[in-house]
Design a protein. Structure first.
Lengths: 219, 219
DNA sequence: AGAGAACCGTACCGTTCGTTACGGCTCAAT
DNA sequence: ATTGAGCCGTAACGAACGGTACGGTTCTCT
């Protein structure tokens, strides 16, 4: 649909229009109309259609645009001792909680969930790719390095990451998406990040007596 | 809006209409129209409006109706030893995974998330109340009893439940809502339930050396 | 049987919104 | 200066859909 497949070919003006779209999306959610976007962006509807094809194209381009803005800094894996691993996990968890509690993230995820129902667009896969999967790709090398250094014990890195996911986010994301006003001030986020990290290390650290492993699949 | 505040005052026919609505919801998501419901339910639109007021009333009644169908059996808290606690947690986790991976649950949660964006209805709070919160109310007495029996160590039951939530669901629910086809066959669900239970017991069981507790909030 | 209530099926109305069309403005190139 | 491309603002069209009206049918009660 959309002519814009990669974010690089966007002009300044087009980026500004997508930012305006993003703002409308945060405010109005799926009730976003082409008219409201053109009003907010101070552009004509004709331009929107010329640039992005149709409404779905605009939404897709907006989601892609937001995704391209979130550049995940690679984590330094050199000299990874226990303290560094702990700090890395805590920072990772804190950043993540900050992201998913932001209005932009909530709006994007809600939009993607809505569209996943009708299945006419693949916003869900885009959000998933730049959210959950990007986080996995970012953290798993750290986990592998930590395992090599004897700091962690696990078999499947992806499965281990999923547990970290659960310990960090717990019911926070779904409650946010469902409109529950979860109190997420900075101190609370920091405390949650520390707790999740400690629990994760307790489960996968080598000092754990039970040497807990993921039970092998049956069947 | 709706005249039906409690599920008890629903006639057989009305329940059948709501079941039809549910089916349409699973198939078409938020693209559900009054016409499609009346077609599926073999009733007139006039009846829909007479019974449920408007579209939001129909959706709300449907969500309530589905919620009323999920009756949570209370858990026997008597004689709760370690084996019984483990079995209870595993069963709880397994049932829960089965519920959230069902088409009905996915459709309902998607609908509620969509409406939470516009904020015109409170489907989100209804789903939350009968999903996340119902689970908490169901499990927390077990946790308290287990703590009294010396089987668990924790301070805040709600916080502890949230960790169990995270260990069981991890990224499964959000991936399902976003349209990712997670493979969730019965054996996999059982394995996940066992893993989550073992991890939970490792974190909160009294045999844990580190005596891990939720870090107290700072600030 | 007859009356009346409830309901089905369909047609209809008004609004919203995606999409298109068009006149006028800006600005760069010739 | 002229021209033409690109874009803004607005108007207009058509489809979809929420909501309403109404004739015809079935069922219940008497």
């Amino acid at each position: 649909m959309s002519l814009q497949e990669n974010s690089e070919s966007l002009t300044e003006r087009q980026q500004a229009v997508l930012d305006a779209t993003l703002a409308v999306m945060v405010e109005e959610g799926d009730a976003l109309t082409m008219a409201s976007v053109s009003r907010r962006a101070s552009c004509s509807k004709e331009t929107l259609y010329k640039w992005f094809g149709d409404r779905d194209g605009l939404l897709t381009a907006t989601v892609r645009w937001q995704a391209s803005k979130v550049h995940v800094p690679l984590i330094d894996k050199a000299r990874l001792n226990k303290a560094a691993l702990t700090a890395t996990l805590e920072t990772f968890a804190r950043d993540w909680l900050n992201v998913i509690s932001s209005g932009t993230s909530i709006a994007l995820n809600r939009m993607a969930v809505s569209h996943a129902a009708s299945g006419k667009t693949n916003l869900g896969s885009i959000v998933l790719k730049n959210g959950r999967h990007a986080m996995g790709l970012r953290l798993e090398p750290v986990l592998m390095t930590a395992r090599d250094a004897g700091l962690l014990l696990f078999e499947d890195a992806d499965d281990t990451f999923r547990t970290f996911f659960g310990l960090v986010l717990r019911d926070t994301q779904i409650r946010l998406l469902l409109g529950d006003d979860v109190k997420l001030a900075a101190p609370q986020i920091l405390a949650d990040a520390k707790r999740a990290t400690q629990q994760f290390l307790a489960l996968y650290g080598p000092r754990h007596d039970l040497n807990l492993q993921t039970p092998k699949r049956e069947g």
